[in-house]
Structures are given as structure tokens and as C-alpha cells.
Ligand binder design. Structure first.
Ligand SMILES: Nc1ncnc2c1ncn2[C@@H]1O[C@H](COP(=O)(O)OP(=O)(O)OP(=O)(O)O)[C@@H](O)[C@H]1O
Ligand code: SF4
Ligand SMILES: [Mg+2]
Length: 363
């Protein structure tokens, strides 16, 4: 039995976020003077995912794949163009003002760059007090002070930091303040958008350990956006892999990382440096080749077919009638022309990926 279950907490499999067929598009105008209709940039396409309460769900993918847009939609900051986001059973796009306020408190975001996230003219104590006031948690000055002093210590700083301005703090200290500002309002979920990637490598592990401690202490749900797959192995229960706005693979982190089914996930994993420098030198790294295509001109079929090393290899064993040439490389025709169906892997069934030729047998 998990600690949460022992304390009468909801079962960990209960979903706090349910995302169904979510699409988010942004209208793009060609220039200052534009008479035609705007083009649509499809940042998220038909994404479905559940985030289990009290767990950490990582979202990974290259720059521009739609991770932040998906996360901002979960936090109610971006409206779905189609599909639905449920938070605690309520449809985020259909909440009245009061429910929106309640949700904004329950789902807090921590951004990548703590320098941009904190006002340099505010003292740390004021930053934290403002969060209490904005979310209508406490009006009583003494109670506010008690909460502020408790939270600053929970994030590993001390009361002396309350009088400092953000620009008098180091990067790691600023990110601790940003985390304190999020947890002081007693949220249920934190959306962590690249929370350590702007920090020195030496500081990153400290912040990751702090996040792990806080999650346990307050039974928080995390949605963690990261480029760093080694971080996923360390902190995440579940992982979802995004490519050009689509969730191409998802499941338990141990399964997806241990035995990926989608060639894109495998390519991302092969780009993760190992810990042993000697083994690294000997390793054949199949780093991702080519640029990610523009989301304004998405490739047909499987969107990864313009870069997929697995498709190129498979094409060598196929007759001419079953391949097409894309950017000078042969790939199976089906990859270039037909959207891949969702397939399921492993005994539990939660591991799924969209690929015509997955790297492991489907269940
Ligand atoms: N408000 C917006 N208006 C127009 N386009 C947007 C907007 N927000 C995001 N985009 C576009 O949507 C696509 C996905 O962006 P998003 O920021 O979600 O990706 P990401 O995976 O978080 O990337 P990164 O790793 O660089 O942060 C990109 O092409 C981006 O330019
Ligand atoms: S469907 Fe084809 S192109 Fe897409 S990931 Fe699978 S093998 Fe590669
Ligand atoms: Mg982003």
C-alpha cells in the first residue's frame, strides 16, 4: 500500500487531469497588412492523456513540440480549440469566474526562468504575501507572516531571505522562491515548465531533490516539462512524448524509457549522455538528424517520417512500390501517407504509441 493510501488519500490511479482529443491552434497573420484569413499553427493536436493524482507525469519532446502549450492548457491559461480538459472532473473551458479562481489556486505553474518570473523590485516577503492576497487565502497579517515564514523554510531558505530583492538572490535561490510562491497557496498540482534547465548543473540536483521532498510532504501532483530524459528516469512515474503537437508515446516512465516502442522516443533516449565517459566514447549515438518541420506545414502520414531512422532502415528491405523518397531518403510509403494507429504494449496496457512499425511487439 502506498503512503497516500495508508493516510486515506485518494487512490493513486484516480486521474486529476483528463485530457480528451485536445487540439490548440494559434491564428498566424502573414504580415502587418493582411487581407486573407490567418493560417493556423497547430501547436497541440488530438492529444489524450490522464495525469494520476499524486504522481509526476513528465512531458518530453524537442523545442516547439507543444509541451508548454499543453501545460498552459492544463492550467487553464490557454483555451482548447477542440477537445476537453477536465480538472478534478470539471471541464476547464466551461468554468464560471469563481471556479476559474479556485482552479488557478489549485494548479500552480513554475516556469523555467526564475529571473523573468520574479519582479526585481519586490522583496521576497512581498512576493509571497501577494500570492496569499491574490488567491484570497489570508487577510490577517499575523497569519500571513506565519505562512510566509513556514514556506520559506520549507523550500530550504531562511527568514533572512524575506527582506532580499529577487536580483540579490542566486538562480537556485530564485527558483526556490518561485516554488515557495506556488506552494504557499496550497495547490493540488504544480505544472513545472523546465524548472531546472536555466540553472547551473551543480544546483539542478538540489532543486530536483527539493521538488521530490515537497511532492511527498504535500501529496502534490506534478506535470513536469523537460528536455532532460535522465531527469524523467529520476522523478517521473509516467511520461508522455510529444512530437509536432502530437503525443506519440505514453505510459509508465519505467516502461517507456526501459523499452520504448516509438522510434522518436528511442532517438531522444539515444541522445541522453551516459554517466561513464569511456562508455560514451564507444557508444554509437544515433542523434536525431534534421530540423523539426514547421508546425505551419505539418508532414502527412506520420509526422516523424521526414526524420525517422527506423523508417529509413525498414525501407531498405521493401520493394520500390512500397517506398517513397522524402528529402533524398527512402521511407515506407505507409509512413509518409497514412497516420499511424495507436498500439498498446506490455501487460498493463497503459503503454501506447502511434507507429506503423513499433520497436517492440504490440500486446
Ligand atoms: N501564443 C502563441 N501564438 C502563436 N504561436 C504559438 C504561441 N504559443 C506557442 N506557439 C507556437 O506553438 C508551437 C509549440 O510551442 P510550445 O511553446 O508549446 O513548444 P515547447 O515544446 O514548449 O517548446 P520549447 O521546448 O522551446 O519550450 C511553436 O511552434 C510555437 O512557436
Ligand atoms: S510510423 Fe513510420 S515514420 Fe512514423 S515513427 Fe513509425 S516507423 Fe517512423
Ligand atoms: Mg516550452
Amino acid at each position: 500500500m502506498t503512503a497516500a493510501a495508508a493516510q486515506g488519500e485518494p487512490a493513486p490511479d484516480e486521474a486529476i487531469f483528463v485530457v480528451r482529443d485536445l487540439s490548440v491552434s494559434f491564428p498566424i497573420h502573414a504580415g502587418l497588412i493582411n487581407f486573407g484569413p490567418p493560417r493556423l499553427l497547430r501547436a497541440v493536436q488530438e492529444a489524450s492523456i490522464k495525469v494520476r493524482r499524486g504522481t509526476c507525469c513528465a512531458i518530453v519532446g524537442e523545442s516547439g513540440s507543444g509541451k508548454t502549450t499543453l501545460a498552459r492548457t492544463l492550467a487553464g491559461l490557454v483555451r482548447p480549440s477542440a477537445g476537453q480538459v477536465l480538472f478534478d472532473g470539471l471541464s476547464v473551458g466551461e468554468l464560471d469566474n469563481r471556479a476559474v479562481r479556485r482552479m488557478r489556486r489549485r494548479v500552480q505553474m513554475v516556469m523555467q526562468d526564475p529571473r523573468a518570473a520574479l519582479d526585481p523590485r519586490q522583496r521576497v516577503g512581498e512576493v509571497l504575501r501577494e500570492a496569499l492576497v491574490v488567491h484570497r487565502i489570508s487577510r490577517d497579517r499575523a497569519d500571513q507572516q506565519r505562512r510566509i515564514e513556514a514556506v520559506i523554510q520549507q523550500v530550504g531558505l531562511s527568514v533572512v531571505h524575506l527582506d532580499r530583492y529577487a536580483n540579490q538572490l542566486s538562480g537556485g535561490q530564485r527558483q526556490r522562491v518561485a516554488i515557495a510562491r506556488a506552494i504557499i497557496v496550497e495547490p493540488q498540482a504544480l505544472i513545472l515548465d523546465e524548472p531546472v534547465s536555466a540553472l547551473d548543473v551543480s544546483i539542478q540536483a538540489q532543486i530536483v531533490n527539493l521538488l521530490i521532498e515537497l511532492q511527498e510532504q504535500f501529496h502534490l501532483t506534478y506535470v513536469l516539462i523537460t528536455h532532460d530524459l535522465s531527469l524523467v528516469g529520476h522523478i517521473a512515474d509516467d511520461v508522455a512524448v510529444m512530437y509536432l503537437g502530437r503525443l506519440v508515446e505514453q505510459g509508465l516512465a519505467s516502461e517507456v524509457i526501459g523499452e520504448p516502442a516509438h522510434p522518436y522516443t528511442a532517438s531522444l533516449l539515444s541522445a541522453v549522455p551516459g554517466e561513464d565517459p569511456e562508455a560514451e566514447k564507444a557508444r554509437e549515438v544515433s542523434l536525431l538528424e534534421g530540423n523539426i518541420p514547421s508546425p505551419l506545414a505539418l508532414p502527412g502520414g506520420c509526422a516523424f517520417h521526414t526524420r525517422c531512422p527506423h523508417a529509413r532502415q525498414l525501407a531498405r528491405g521493401l520493394g520500390r512500390d512500397r517506398v517513397v523518397t522524402v528529402d533524398g531518403n527512402d521511407v515506407p510509403r505507409i509512413c509518409a501517407e497514412v497516420a499511424p494507429p495507436e498500439q498498446h504494449f506490455g501487460a498493463a496496457g497503459g503503454h501506447r504509441a502511434n507507429c506503423h512499425f513499433p520497436l517492440r511487439p504490440a500486446s
